[in-house]
Ligand binder design. Structure first.
Ligand code: CTP
Length: 469
């Protein structure tokens, strides 16, 4: 925990000074709070600034209106938050909140304002986030640490490297169950341990995660998935009981310790390895997390007692789709992930005997997701735990695709509907789709160049003859 440096760059320092001048001049308090102060205590530079003030939202707006060049955003006004962009930097200024006393079942807590910074800090999630610095102390090199307001010893918890809830952890998680996922994210990204009473409260309160919106859960989960090494976060997600409570369908991944004689790892450990070995791209990470989700429900044993998972990629694509739809993910994300899960076994089945057309067809089916499919295939092979299950097939497929002509273009029939109607003097109809499909296949199979309209015309003539109409 650094003692001295000011970790605001020049732009942020001048922004703080401008805001400070206007609030102090107006007779109001202004504190930098939360994540920015935590990051400064950790010696990291703060990028986004959150402020707390005793001014009510309307007063904040009036104070900001006196600052030339400030753009004011009022979308959060009914929650007490006013946004401001100054010199291209966005900050949020929130009126002190009172300790919330709403019923756990009520979905829309009524915002009540508090009167002091201490009251505001006491309703925050973790001790390291319940810290504040008066804005007017921030221009002073190093001096800000002596002005730190830290009623719950967040600075000392950071030095001890622990995540600890403010006050009663059960109450903090009841106020907002998403905080349990935040605890995991902070523990992993800042390399901290979760303090034992906080952890017990998480295990006991895990079921409450099901009461908050799927979007919030999914967005927090996405942050866990794209951490460079997400294994610890996902393990805590499972061990806390949050995985089963938030995404019951994903809990299937925890049910299969026996994974066949050639598979030394449990399904869960294999899955974590594969997630870890893919690059931290959200689509690929979701595909890695879900790639074998079809295994538990397809598991069968043959007459020699050997384990098989027939068509687990097909069943898994379907189950994966439901997991992501339950989490209300976008169609684009769902479609890409489902396609990656559905094709992952096809990549492992690659052999040099495949025709050029077969390779082109696979590349075209995956389209922009082809590099992700390769990434997943390599990770799947390397995360197997059995070295004989090499990645050579996936590497060979990648080489083969790279060596093929026209593989990365969008391959279409050289003749479009217009040209075909002209050539055959026929009105539009389903015949056009059939002829175009035929020509496109000739292109994919390498028998016809994508721009060779003359040969395409001859091939189309033969095809139309054979259609007999
Ligand atoms: N906070 C909270 N409970 C939440 C979310 C936020 O008490 N469920 C408080 C914390 O004091 C936090 C501050 O609001 O520091 C700002 O929240 P946010 O911007 O979401 O997180 P940061 O702590 O700034 O961290 P990061 O930006 O890295 O997520």
């Amino acid at each position: 925990v650094t003692q001295s440096s000011v970790l605001l760059d020049h732009k942020l320092t001048s922004l703080v000074q401008t805001l400070c001048a206007s609030f102090v001049h107006g007779g109001h308090e202004l504190y930098l709070v939360g994540g920015a102060v935590r990051d400064m205590l950790l010696g990291r530079s703060a990028e986004e600034l959150d402020f707390a003030t005793d001014a009510k939202p309307l007063q904040t707006v009036a104070l900001l209106e006196t600052i030339p060049g400030a753009s004011i955003y009022r979308v959060g006004e009914k929650f007490g938050t006013i946004g401001v962009v100054l010199d291209g930097v966005r900050s949020e200024i929130t009126t002190y909140r009172a300790h919330e006393t709403y019923e756990p079942s009520s979905r829309k807590p009524v915002v009540r304002y508090g009167s002091t910074i201490h009251e505001d800090l006491s309703r925050r999630d973790f001790t390291m986030n319940a810290v504040a610095v008066p804005a007017d102390a921030l221009g002073d090199t190093g001096g800000w640490v002596t002005s730190l307001i830290d009623p719950f010893a967040g600075r000392s918890d950071l030095a001890l490297r622990i995540v600890r809830a403010v006050g009663d952890p059960v109450a903090r998680f009841r106020e907002d169950p998403l905080r349990m996922l935040r605890a995991i994210r902070f523990a992993v990204t800042l390399d901290l341990q979760i303090e034992s009473a906080t952890w017990s409260a998480m295990r006991n309160s895990a079921a409450a995660i099901a009461t908050i919106s799927s979007e919030r859960v999914a967005e927090e989960l996405a942050k866990l998935l794209v951490i460079e090494d997400p294994r610890r976060g996902l393990t805590l997600f499972a061990e806390s009981g949050l995985l089963a409570a938030a995404t019951p369908r994903l809990a299937e991944l925890l049910t299969m310790p026996d994974h066949g004689p050639n598979h030394p790892l449990s399904l869960w450990d294999h899955t974590l390895n594969v997630v870890r070995l893919t690059s931290p791209d959200l689509v690929t990470r979701w595909a890695a997390f879900l790639h074998d989700i079809g295994k538990p429900s397809t598991r069968t044993f043959d007459e020699h007692g050997r384990i098989h998972f027939p068509h687990h990629e097909v069943v898994g694509a379907d189950e994966g789709r439901r997991v992501l739809q339950d989490l209300r993910r976008s169609n684009a994300l769902v479609d890409s992930v489902v396609q990656l899960v559905a094709t992952h076994m096809q990549l492992h089945a690659y052999s040099p005997e495949w025709s050029d057309g077969a390779v082109r067809r696979l590349v075209h089916k995956l389209s922009d997701d082809f590099p992700r499919a390769i990434d997943l295939g390599l990770a799947d092979a390397r995360g197997h735990g059995n070295t004989s299950w090499g990645a050579s097939k996936i590497e060979a497929l990648l080489d083969r695709a790279a060596g093929l002509s026209h593989v990365s273009e969008k391959l279409e029939s050289p003749l479009d509907g217009e040209a075909l109607m002209e050539r055959y003097q026929r009105p539009p109809g389903p015949w056009i789709k059939a002829v175009k499909g035929f020509l496109r296949n000739q292109v994919i199979d390498g028998r016809l160049a994508p721009d060779d309209k003359a040969t395409a015309g001859q091939m189309a003539d033969e095809f139309v003859d054979s259609m007999g109409a």
